[in-house]
Ligand binder design. Structure first.
Ligand SMILES: [Mg+2]
Length: 223
């Protein structure tokens, strides 16, 4: 358990990591992105979905593809796609307790917006626990898994990667973190895109229950 005892920086992705993908919160965001593209480019929803997928695969976020190809206003996009109903989300007391117990800095590192991160974490009751939300604006709109945002994050918080853990549901986003020396935890899920590469060496740990995993870390049961 020594390895987790030395950790000073706990870095978490937001969507489908700090809350379950089963909540379908991100599906709402996904639908809003299709709607945005459909309206902006004056195409059908079906066509918009195709464009959205292509951009996501090619540019790692739909937003990045829209900026590169259509020079859209990023803030307008973020505002629009994160305007969703999350009132059904419940407080996650167990997650609160376990994150609170972790020693060191706690940071959210997301390809989404700060406002969305605040909305979601407030709803599940964990918003007070984080030292920073490093969002896509902080990343200069260059998303994970490009190396640039990881470097920016490290620089901003003077992070020593060797004393850090990064938790994510999209396996490929763990690769740069691992290569920089961070410990990596993959949130297990069946989304083909997120699952791809999850059997790679750069995935140190896997869990389908973040609270439970952190509980074991806090109890020093996981090395
Ligand atoms: Mg995620």
């Amino acid at each position: 358990m020594k390895s987790f005892q030395t950790i000073k920086y706990w870095i978490f992705d937001l969507d489908n990591t700090l809350y379950s993908g089963k909540t379908k919160v991100f599906e709402q965001v996904d639908k809003k992105m299709s709607k945005y593209i459909s309206e902006k480019l004056n195409v059908s929803i079906d066509e918009a979905k195709k464009i959205q997928k292509n951009y996501f695969y090619e540019y790692n976020t739909t937003l990045n593809g829209m900026i590169k190809n259509h020079k859209i206003d990023a803030n307008e996009f973020l505002e629009f796609v994160h305007d969703i109903d999350i009132n059904f989300l419940k407080k996650d007391i167990k997650l609160y307790k376990e994150i609170e117990k972790l020693d060191g800095k706690k940071i959210i590192f997301t390809n989404g917006s700060k406002k969305h991160a605040i909305n979601v974490t407030t709803k599940i009751g964990i918003n007070q626990l984080f030292d920073d939300i490093f969002d896509i604006v902080d990343c200069d709109f260059i998303p994970k898994p490009s190396i640039e945002p990881y470097k920016k994050l490290i620089e901003k918080h003077k992070i020593d990667p060797k004393l850090s853990v990064f938790v994510e549901d999209i396996a490929r986003n763990l690769k740069p973190a691992y290569e920089m020396g961070m410990k990596t935890i993959w949130i297990e899920n069946d989304e083909p895109w997120a699952k791809k590469f999850s059997d790679s060496d750069f995935v140190n740990y896997k869990t389908n229950d973040l609270s439970e995993f952190l509980r074991k870390i806090n109890l020093e049961k996981i090395a």
